[in-house]
Design a protein around this ligand. Structure first.
Ligand code: NIG
Ligand code: FE
Length: 434
């Protein structure tokens, strides 16, 4: 059993990211969907009474056993049969899984040499997705997003952030956020919703983008807040999208009504995204495919602030799919930061559902050690959502979200044998997900 923490709410900075705690001959006690205690050969954490009850129970001829029960002894016992390793459910802190259709035609245009930015500037890209989403019925959008979410869970992801941003009108943005609200009510995993009305500038506002920002701030945001549809706000702050000034205005308006921010920063250039994120106390700055020493120092400086710092989030699936540089994950870790990674699952720049792929890309392309990349998609990704008290490690008090794998030496082998689904069984709040 890996990804164990002695206390709840743990995440890791810099060199701590390479450390993975674990137990062999492990057991776990679950009550009400939460971990009550866990342990193995080396001792136990959590409820002391459960620890003493379980200490004699392990089967020495098995690598792992797992026991799940309520505090009334023996209410339910799940023996995983040995030969498996157990890892905490992975955390995907940046996705766009509510969309109407894939963009196969743009995939082929890019293969032939067209750039992502040129396709977007010509009215494709995000605007292409927005036209399709605006025309699609809410139920169908929900069904498609739910199917994507099931695939993600079957690949070990048990906490997800989902953004709006393919609506770009008041009605369509609210429609997207209602789909996310419905996903929250039908799936038992942790889901966080992000309002990304400032994802693209609709064609009719191209000559006057500030009036689209007016719409986001004065009409969309109050409605989103009144309906309680978002946990955070996001802005695509980049060349050809929203400027630093526009981003600052949107983040301040959101902060005034209690919404924290996470932003898309520096995907297309060194455009000031990190500066505006840090200045506004954003919980994370995501993308960072362009990130110099100046940005790294700013992020490092943010760690001392009262709000707890802006987590740098790399999205290697996007670099792979679009063919742009990788975020400097190695340098961000070497600077002592709590680096995180996510899929960015979306139809334009990263049609990648599995954090196991992100894990592999983090190792081969960003030069992260397997254990560091694991940290980046579990406990540090939880930190990017300020949810490290609930998900990201196996610790007493956390949701009992975890997966089992039959792949030996899982921490090293999952990113090594890339392209397979290494999950054997996935558990959400202590129950098997089917
Ligand atoms: O994170 N960069 C902005 N948004 C998405 C891509 C959106 C799209 O191309 O549909 C991203 O990469
Ligand atoms: Fe994104």
């Amino acid at each position: 059993m890996w990804g164990v923490a002695a206390t709840n709410g743990v995440y890791s900075c810099g060199s701590e990211m390479a450390q993975v705690e674990g137990f062999s001959d492990a057991w776990m006690a679950v009550e009400g969907g939460r971990i009550l205690a866990l342990g193995g050969d080396e001792g136990s954490y959590g409820d002391a009474e459960m620890g003493s009850r379980f200490s004699g129970l392990k089967a020495s001829d098995r690598n792992e056993i797992l026991v799940s029960l309520s505090k009334e002894w023996g209410a339910e016992l799940v023996d995983l049969g040995g030969g498996v390793e157990v890892l905490p459910g992975l955390v995907d802190s940046h996705t766009h899984i509510v969309f109407a259709a894939p963009r196969h035609e743009e995939f082929e245009m890019r293969i032939k040499g067209e750039s992502y930015e040129a396709i977007a500037a010509a009215g494709g890209g995000i605007l292409n997705s927005a036209r399709k989403l605006q025309a699609m019925d809410e139920d169908l959008l929900y069904e498609q997003a739910a199917q994507r979410l099931r695939v993600m869970i079957l690949h070990g992801t048990t906490a997800v952030e989902i953004k709006s941003g393919y609506g770009l009108t008041v009605d369509a943005e609210l429609k997207m956020l209602r789909v996310i609200k419905r996903l929250k009510s039908t799936f038992d995993i942790l889901i966080k919703a992000t309002f990304l009305g400032a994802h693209g500038i609709p064609m009719e506002y191209k000559s006057d983008p500030d009036s689209y920002v007016d719409l986001v701030v004065d009409e969309m945001l109050p409605k989103v807040v009144a309906e309680g549809l978002a946990d955070h706000i996001d802005v695509f702050c980049d060349r050809g999208f929203f400027t630093v000034e526009q981003t600052d205005r949107i983040l301040k308006a959101a902060s005034a009504v209690g919404l924290p921010s996470k932003i898309h920063a520096n995907e297309l250039g060194l455009t000031g995204g990190v500066q505006v994120a840090v200045a506004n106390g954003s919980w994370s700055a995501d993308h960072l495919e362009h990130c110099s020493g100046v940005e790294i120092d700013l992020l490092k400086g943010s760690m001392d602030e009262v709000y707890g710092g802006t987590v740098p989030v790399g999205l290697p699936g996007t670099s792979y799919f679009v063919g742009i540089p990788y975020a400097p994950g190695r340098a961000l870790i070497d600077a002592g930061l709590p680096f995180a990674m996510a899929t960015d699952f979306n139809p334009g720049s990263s049609p990648i559902a599995s954090l196991q792929i992100v894990w592999a890309l983090g190792c081969t392309q960003m030069k992260l050690l397997p254990a560091e990349a694991f940290c980046a998609i579990s406990r540090n990704a939880a930190r990017a959502l300020r949810s490290e008290n609930e998900v990201g490690t196996l610790a007493a008090g956390q949701r009992a979200n975890f997966f089992t794998t039959k792949t030996p030496n899982a921490i090293q082998a999952i990113p090594y044998f890339m392209g397979q689904n290494h999950c054997h069984q996935v558990f959400v709040n202590g129950s098997l997900f089917l």
